[in-house]
Design a protein. Sequence first.
Length: 168
Amino acid sequence: MKAGPVGLFGGMSIELGKVGIWRHPSGLTPEVVADVEALGYGTIWVGGSPPGDLGFVEHLLLATDHIAVATGIVNVWKDDAATVGASYHRITARHPGRFLLGLGIGHPEATQEYQQPYAKLVSYLDELDDLKVPAGGRVLAALGPKVLNSDPLPALRALADQLQLARH
């Protein structure tokens, strides 16, 4: 199954399956990912804001044969777009059709630089566009509706969203 509403915009060709798992990297051993793939899950979502070099993601792809791996999320405050863009291209060249780059702002309490998050997100997406990271190869996480309601640009450019409503 291709990613839901993304197909409306065209461009995403990553098979995510109907059911996936989300796990912190500490819980994604080679044995676990092999079992997850053998059980027929479509995607492994790597949580915990993995580093922008995406080495852990590549390790998971090497340990499996066909399951997709997605980041949920790479925090745009932690790593610059050039690092993430280079990592994206390295991974997709080696594992075509199996990696989805999930990006987001993250939680305010986790980042001292947390100022003007919307502007930061738009700027980061501009940089990824310049680096030729295709919109169909990334998804956008939002901690609430403001990013998606204030301007459709990030949502359309990311082609999909993971809406994670923060509960206080």
